[in-house]
Write a protein that binds this ligand. Structure first.
Ligand code: SAH
Ligand code: SF4
Ligand code: F3S
Length: 478
């Protein structure tokens, strides 16, 4: 399936795979209350994750907490004693999907009266969702938000003893929760939070409300985590934040400095980061990316719209001229850079002319790929009160036109790679065909290669033999 144009499919759903991955070394004292450690041996949990990598990473932390309590992972709903939906609030269709799932799994409670059903992550941060759960889904046992994640053990215990829904949602947090246990996804790729929250308040976006204000982890703590990951065999590390360019402003340091420090770690091979709001993308940051060899040649630089009028209404804080100039500077400093973006169509007040400006920008910039979305009003955000709504049919047509334009560009990029030799980090079997292995280039392109012994988790050089819009096919050079 095309994984880029995500609006066209159901929200991404990932089941947290039972995993043999190592726990992180050198944990601080367990945050799990002493009397809860190991108390739930024999019980099984299943975590379902929606939304962004931040949520995927939170799921790894929840798995870590649960396993310290004695819970074991299962992939089977029928076997589970605890099913938690780690939710995303960024668009309405993601939310509807979760409500549908909560209804669907309800009958499992008849088979296992001890089964606990919980909702956590970004959706419970919305008051409307809290009310809806209480009114319409009273069989949900447990609701907690993004700021209470570390309270999971106590909340599970309360839910076991409570006849009513246990709901604990803090509306903000100054905490930087640094050293929670994690059960990481098996593989070569790992995610490291460098910053929590977002201060940008783009008018359409709910994230500042669900994740609170920007808080940075210290460079020392991040470097320690990355070092441990590398020692444990992870080879491709993504630094995560909603607005990484602002990393460190609260600590008197900078994202550029962090990249340079992470780049000095022994054995570091591939460093990525996401997401960079184009605003505050400094020359120093471009220099740090260009001069740190382990930082991969890929930047995700969401532009959202090609119309200055709409960018202003979105409160993005830049113009298309600034953005184009930034792209030119980045390409000048790092000629092999791959650029990807996010785009929203159908923002209130978007005229045909505004939309054409977005198409023009996409044609000019020539992104490697783009994630395209139809605007979805989010209660509580400034845009939700805007009245000049775009007809949903027109928005859908615009999305299709945009995807058509971008898909040709993406395919062209991939076809140009045919015959070239690229470095591929092999991740594991392809999702669709176990006889084929999949890996990524430094520019984050997906490459399929024939399965051979001893190739898992290795860096190989591969010649690209074929290409389509979404993937490349390669053969390993010996
Ligand atoms: N912090 C990141 C974005 C995180 S949300 C950044 O600023 O780049 C990921 C993407 O979801 C956004 O880039 C935007 O394109 C999309 N998005 C966010 N809110 C949306 C909404 N209300 N409707 C449609 N798309 C939205
Ligand atoms: Fe949302 Fe804007 Fe913050 Fe990104 S930068 S998370 S789009 S408010
Ligand atoms: Fe969704 Fe929350 Fe991420 S709203 S995009 S899961 S920060």
């Amino acid at each position: 399936m095309n994984e880029r144009n995500r609006e066209s499919m159901a929200p991404e759903l990932q089941v947290h795979r039972p995993t043999i991955a190592k726990r992180e070394a050198n944990l601080l004292a367990s945050p799990v209350r002493e009397d809860l450690v190991g108390r739930f041996v024999g019980k099984r949990y299943l975590l379902r994750t929606y939304g962004c990598q931040m949520n995927e990473h939170d799921t790894e932390i929840m798995a870590g907490l649960l396993e310290q309590m004695g819970y074991q992972a299962t992939g089977q709903e029928e076997e589970a004693d605890l099913i938690l939906f780690n939710t995303c609030a960024v668009r309405e269709n993601a939310e509807n999907k979760v409500f549908g799932e909560i209804g669907r799994v309800r009958p499992l409670k008849a088979r296992n009266p001890e089964l606990l059903l919980g909702i956590c992550g970004c959706m419970p941060q919305e008051k409307a969702v809290q009310d809806k759960v209480q009114k319409t889904y009273p069989w949900v046992d447990l609701v907690f938000g993004t700021h209470n994640l570390h309270r999971l053990p106590e909340l599970v215990e309360s839910a076991i003893h409570s006849q009513e829904t246990v709901m604990e949602v803090w509306d903000h947090s100054d905490l930087v929760i640094d050293e929670l246990p994690k059960v990481r996804q098996e593989g070569v790729r790992a995610f490291v939070n460098i910053q929590y929250g977002c201060n940008k308040f783009c008018t359409y976006c709910i994230v500042p409300f669900t994740r609170g204000r920007e808080r940075s982890r210290t460079i020392e703590s991040i470097v320690k985590e990355v070092r441990e990951l590398i020692e444990n065999g992870y080879r491709d590390i993504t630094l995560l934040g909603q607005n990484v360019n602002d990393y460190g402003l609260d600590l008197d340091t900078s994202f550029a400095q962090l990249l340079r420090e992470v780049g000095k770690i022994d054995g570091v091979e591939r460093i990525r980061f996401t997401t960079s709001n184009p605003w505050n993308f400094t020359d120093d940051l471009i220099e740090a990316i260009a001069s740190t060899p382990s930082v991969c040649e890929h930047i995700h630089l969401p532009v959202q719209s090609g119309s200055n009028r709409i960018l202003k209404a979105m409160n993005r804080g830049y113009t298309t001229a600034y953005y184009q100039q930034l792209i030119a500077k980045i390409r000048h400093a790092i000629p092999s850079i791959a650029l990807t973006t996010d785009l929203i169509v159908g923002f209130p007040g978007e005229t045909q002319e505004d939309f054409e400006a977005t198409l023009d920008l996409v044609r000019e910039v020539q992104y490697d790929t783009a994630y395209t979305f139809i605007y979805s009003p989010r209660q509580g955000t400034p845009a939700a009160t805007m009245t000049d709504l775009v007809d949903p049919i027109i928005a859908k047509e615009r999305l299709q036109r945009l995807m058509d334009v971008q898909n040709v560009i993406s395919r062209d990029y991939n076809e140009k790679l045919i015959g070239s030799v690229v470095e591929v980090l092999v991740e594991g079997p392809s999702r669709t065909n176990p006889d084929v292995l999949q890996g990524r280039t430094r520019t984050n392109k997906l490459v399929h290669i024939k399965r051979e012994e001893g190739m898992m988790r290795s860096l190989v050089m591969a010649r690209i033999d074929a290409a389509n819009t979404w993937t490349l096919k390669g053969s390993v050079l010996r």
